[in-house]
Design a protein around this ligand. Structure first.
Ligand code: OAD
Length: 238
């Protein structure tokens, strides 16, 4: 089997940069489950509320920085590149912290820094307009409110086929900082096992999709990942 490392990250990787996770401690926003706000129905019913929620998260991008977990993954990518080993980083996170640490991540749930017009499809990368009380009108067609280009509950994630193909060819798969509850991302771990990949899992709380076949490293991503990435590198260079 050719060597290919695929990493899947979730909200836990950005928790140490001050970004709240979706579930567990801090998983509520103004007393509401995040899953109630991040839907097309909520946007249609109460766009002001949904926009305020996302503007808060967009503001957080401006004031937060990548943590050692993001940097460890960027370093892993670079060193695997030197060894000629294929690497991909798939993230469920909508922040830009992987990019700021130097990784090119596949954002299956979209990106907070991109806004999209539901009328004409125009996309704009913007982190300058962060007022929670002012919508961002479409510069192309004038529609009054662009939405964040993120995947909401009930919407199709991005690049699913591509990601499935890469995980299906993985020799090593690392799932980190995700509760393993939201599909299709939560199914990638099983897909990797089925493909015969060596599977590594790390999270603060035990993910729902963990199995005895996985090497499990509990703890905070910022503390665990630097060493875990070294371990993966050692296994690959043998
Ligand atoms: P969750 O909020 O479901 O899970 C976060 C996981 O990170 C939990 O298992 C925590 O134990 C773990 N965690 C918390 N702090 C950590 C830390 N410092 N270090 C390591 N792990 C830590 O987040 P995701 O699994 O990413 O989808 O959520 C998946 C998807 O559900 C999200 O992408 C989003 C959400 O609904 C959409 O918006 C479509």
């Amino acid at each position: 089997m050719d060597l290919r490392v695929v990493v899947l990250t979730g909200a836990g990787v950005s928790a140490d940069s001050g970004h709240p996770t979706f579930r567990g401690h801090g998983g509520l926003w103004e007393g509401r489950a995040v899953a109630e706000v991040a839907t097309p129905e909520a946007w249609a019913r109460d766009p002001e509320l949904v926009w305020r929620f996302y503007q808060e998260r967009r503001q957080l991008l401006a004031s937060s920085s990548p943590n050692p977990a993001h940097f460890a993954l960027a370093d892993l990518e670079e060193r695997l590149g030197e060894l000629g080993v294929a690497f991909s980083l798939v993230t469920q996170n909508v922040d830009d912290l992987h990019a700021r640490a130097g990784s090119a991540a596949i954002h299956i749930h979209g990106e907070l820094s991109v806004l999209r017009c539901e009328v004409c499809g125009e996309k704009v990368r913007d982190l300058d307009h962060l007022d929670p009380a002012a919508f961002f009108p479409c510069p192309e067609c004038g529609h009054r409110a662009m939405r964040p280009d993120v995947v909401w509950f009930g919407e199709m994630p991005n690049r699913v086929e591509d990601v499935f193909r890469q995980v299906g060819n993985a020799s090593h798969f690392l799932s980190v900082g995700t509760s393993g509850t939201v599909y299709p991302a939560a199914g990638l771990l099983q897909l990797a096992r089925d493909a015969g990949a060596k599977t590594f899992v790390s999270s603060l709380d035990e993910p729902e999709n963990l199995s005895m076949d996985d090497a499990y490293f509990p703890g905070r991503a910022a503390e665990v990942l630097p060493e875990l990435c070294e371990l993966i590198l050692r296994q690959l260079s043998r």
